[in-house]
Design a protein around this ligand. Structure first.
Ligand code: BGC
Length: 414
């Protein structure tokens, strides 16, 4: 039996725009309408109305923590106008967690921003910091009793996208090329099948460290607001690439990893925790990220099946943050094969247990994700522990939900 520390948080994570539906005031909604190759989030999986059912499924399975995000564009649809009704909605989600004995883990900003914010310079506007801090201040009014708050989700991924967009504007007159998704053909049982793949390779090659430093400053200011106004532990969540050097790629690895990650792990020094989010591992050679080689075990987003990436990421986060408490705030796999999901998660958790044995302070594991959901422009990649019929919104738990719930109840792997 592999045991986890007493009080370990076991849960699943979600994000507002990916599950709620009809976030018409968000920048992503606008992007979905205007960018070639994007599918619409539409009703998503209607978790805005069905959050009680979703939290019930999580709690009934044996999980104890629910990570979800506040949707800034609902709360502040027009600059300076804060919707009391939407704040009350998210308070109801928090209260429902309490009523089910579930620990709410609240992300204040998960990728989306209001349209008015994005269309007036977004994070590059000189007003960005004050605008975000004003929202954070309002958000703290509903956080009574919440123990865990992340200011931002994957600012490093947001910075990589901003860096790529800037490069495109310079080289292609701003033309969007839908570069995160490539159509690919795979053989499955002898039949050719077209699948959509997100290759993090060329497009999200690097991130400008200057953007990272600006995010760190915003995060620290937000952290102090949360600390002053609530009793929550506060940190942020970082996308971990578990990058390794191919022969001759050592220098390039250091350079890419600094802008894409290490600025952020360093920026988490002084936080109460850091959220580690790992899915796969990737090599870097002298030219940059090496595309994941084709393999039958590759995921629906084209990444390699690398459950060991979680332990690699946790060790790296611990080292660069100089010992900030770790919560795994995302880890999972895009697959249509739920046995592969269980196989992946089991191996990832065994690796995580090793890091705890080595003395790393890991306090929780939140699986990405509770429900099959809107994967940022695409519906095909299914990461969920629960399948959802998008016409009827009927939820059908997969075996992996029950499996993870049993792990949680035992607080260990047999
Ligand atoms: C994000 C999620 C996303 C997941 C799978 C993370 O980058 O925080 O919103 O759905 O990875 O790609």
């Amino acid at each position: 039996m592999t045991n986890f520390p007493t009080g370990f948080l076991w849960g699943a994570a979600t994000a507002g725009h990916q599950i709620e539906g009809n976030n018409v005031n968000s920048d992503w909604w606008e992007r979905e309408l205007t960018m070639p190759g994007m599918e619409l989030s539409g009703d998503a999986v209607d978790s805005y109305h069905r959050f009680r059912e979703d939290i019930d499924l999580l709690a009934d399975a044996g999980l104890t923590t629910y990570r979800f995000s506040l949707e800034w564009s609902r709360i502040e649809p027009v600059e300076g106008h804060f919707s009391r009704a939407e704040l009350a909605h998210y308070r109801r989600v928090i209260e429902y967690c309490f009523s089910r004995g579930v620990v709410p883990f609240v992300t204040l900003q998960h990728f989306t921003t209001p349209r008015w914010f994005a269309n007036d310079g977004g994070w590059t506007s000189p007003a960005a910091k004050d605008r975000f801090l004003r929202f954070v201040t309002e958000a703290t009014t509903i956080l009574d009793g919440v123990e865990w708050v992340a200011t931002m989700n994957e600012p490093n991924m947001q910075a990589a996208i901003m860096t790529a967009m800037r490069r495109m504007a310079e080289t292609q007159g701003g033309q969007w090329q839908s570069p995160t998704v490539e159509s690919d053909t795979e053989r499955e049982g002898g039949e050719e099948k077209s699948v959509e793949k997100k290759q993090h390779g060329a497009f999200l090659q690097d991130a400008d460290p200057a953007i990272g430093r600006a995010f760190v400053e915003i995060h620290h200011a937000a952290r102090e607001i949360v600390r002053a106004r609530t009793n929550a532990k506060v940190g942020w969540t970082i996308a971990a690439g578990a990058l390794t050097a191919a022969p001759g790629g050592e220098e390039k690895l250091r350079q890419i990893r600094y802008g894409k990650e290490d600025v952020y792990w360093e920026g988490s020094r002084g936080d109460d925790f850091v959220g580690v989010q790992a899915y796969s591992s990737q090599e870097v050679d002298a030219d940059g990220l090496v595309p994941h080689p084709p393999h039958p075990d590759n995921t629906l987003v084209g990444t390699a099946f690398r459950p060991d990436s979680l332990a690699m990421a946790v060790r790296h986060a611990w080292e660069v943050s100089e010992g900030v408490t770790v919560i795994v705030t995302e880890n999972g796999i895009a697959t249509a094969d739920d046995t592969q999901r269980i196989r992946y998660t089991d191996a990832a958790l065994r690796g995580l247990a090793d890091t705890i044995d080595e003395g790393i302070d890991v306090r929780g594991y939140l699986h990405w994700t509770l429900l099959d959901n809107f994967e940022w422009g695409h519906w095909a990649p299914t990461f969920g522990l629960i399948a959802v019929d998008r016409e009827t919104f009927v939820r059908t738990p997969k075996p992996s939900l029950g499996w993870l719930g049993e792990v949680a109840k035992r607080n260990g792997l047999s």
